[in-house]
Ligand binder design. Sequence first.
Ligand code: SME
Length: 160
Amino acid sequence: MFDFSPDADLPKPELYRQLVQSCDAITSDEPDAIANMANVAALMAEFLPALNWAGFYRMVDGELVLGPFVGRPACIRIPLGQGVCGTAARDGRTKLVEDVHAFPGHIACDAASRSELVVPVIRGGKVLAVIDLDSPDLARFDAEDAAGIEALAQLLSPRI
Ligand code: SME
């Protein structure tokens, strides 16, 4: 059994340090990408407060395809350049959206979502996947969240 006992009251940098450490521990000896993404999705959902969706879209034949996640059922395929995920994947850059209603082309998978953070996982200059976090709270994510998930993406780059 894994019991990482996250404390959501920790300052964000420390919370993300512990999240990354836990993801490191749970993925370090496992070569299967899907298993690793599934456990990391579960850990993100356990560690990070005020989320309604946490998971992955994988790059498959030039489009994003739904990967392991925690949350409500979601749209399965997202073309590059569409929505927050497709924009982050096309640009190879983090997208932090404080109000999804104000983001042109936002793809609503769960009507409750109000803010979103998407971070690409890059290996050898190519986007392998994106990590997607949704929150029902407006402006839930800030630069500390982006830095924490970028550190996680870097850890996962050789493991998914
Ligand atoms: N909102 C995303 C789609 C994925 S769901 O949030 C899980 C987007 O605009 O790309």
